[in-house]
Design a protein around this ligand. Structure first.
Ligand code: BV8
Ligand code: ZN
Length: 246
């Protein structure tokens, strides 16, 4: 645990670095949406714990039992539908407007960054409000809650799947390229609300630091990357993010 005076000093240092930066990248995980009421994956009451979702969020599970996988995503749609962005989402949307170059990389599939007004959002793991045909690849937004089963593609009657990246699936190559370009060019990076477990997102902070950026972590608890990054601030995203981006 950081001493209180050290924590205040660290926060001031991050605030100054963000103020003086012209090219900023932010990476967010489930922790940035926690205060909006979105269950995180691995914390207390974590979603994966209940559903063993790492077994459900896979192409094998979908091939074996598409109805069960759709039940899982319809459950999450029901949870997400009424939720609003929080102060952290809004502060990041403000920061984007204040910066010459800003890229928001998110692991989240909830769409709350866009709802808060963020524009340049790179969704590393896709978006729960989009569906994709598992046969012809046709993508479209579909906000129905729930999506009736079986969901079929309008053009080829193939089975629709959530347009998200499952475990064992590679990230979209364009998304991958955009993300690493941003990581190589930024002066400052904030890594917010992620446990640093899921690759390749988890090592992006370190990659940016190796490319010369000042990288600050904002998280409720320490992560495997806390000591390797430039600064690690512990606390709630809804409290800390508005303080470092003004
Ligand atoms: C890939 C979409 C190439 C679906 C998700 C090495 C070893 C073993 C396995 C692998 C490996 N390298 C790659 C893999 C495979 C796998 C992986 O990383 N597995 C992990 C479990 C080890 N990776 C992949 O498969 C990726 N693809 O690498 O392609 C490849 C291909 C084949 C084989 C190998 C490699 C694709 C991964 C994408 C998976 N899809 N989501 C869905 O959501 O249904 S991942 C899922 O986890 C979400 O996207 C989520 O965002 C993400 C990460 O979780 P976090 O966001 O970090 O959330 P978490 O709950 O863990 O942490 C929240 C944190 O916030 C906590 O620390 C908490 O303290 C903090 N917090 C809580 N409240 C607050 C807060 N902080 C601030 N304020 C608060 N209020
Ligand atoms: Zn189709």
């Amino acid at each position: 645990m950081t001493r209180p005076d050290q924590a205040a000093e660290n926060l001031l240092r991050v605030k100054e670095k963000v103020r003086d930066a012209s090219r900023v990248v932010v990476l967010t995980g489930a922790g940035v949406s926690a205060e909006s009421g979105v269950p995180t994956f691995r914390g207390a009451g974590g979603l994966w714990r209940q559903y063993k979702a790492t077994d459900l969020a896979t192409p094998e599970a979908f091939a074996r039992d598409p109805r069960l996988v759709w039940e899982f995503y319809n459950y999450r749609r029901e949870v997400l539908a009424p939720l609003e962005p929080n102060a952290a989402h809004r502060a990041l949307a403000d920061l984007e407007r204040a910066k010459e170059s800003f890229v928001l990389l998110t692991q989240n599939i909830d769409g709350l960054h866009q709802a808060a007004g963020s524009r340049n959002v790179v969704e590393l793991h896709g978006n729960i409000w989009r569906v994709r045909c598992s046969r012809c690849g046709n993508r479209k937004e579909d906000r129905r809650v729930p999506i009736p089963y079986p969901p079929v593609c309008e053009s080829c009657s193939g089975m629709l799947r959530p347009d998200v990246v499952w475990f064992g699936e590679s990230l979209d190559p364009d998304v991958f390229r955009l993300a690493y370009q941003a990581l190589e060019r930024c002066d400052v990076m904030l890594v917010i609300g992620t446990s640093g477990v899921v690759q390749p997102a988890a090592s992006m902070g370190l990659y940016a630091k190796e490319n010369g950026a000042f990288v600050a972590e904002i998280n409720l608890e320490p992560t495997p990357y806390s000591r390797a990054l430039s600064v690690s601030l512990q606390g709630k995203a809804g409290d800390l993010v508005p303080q470092v981006v003004v």
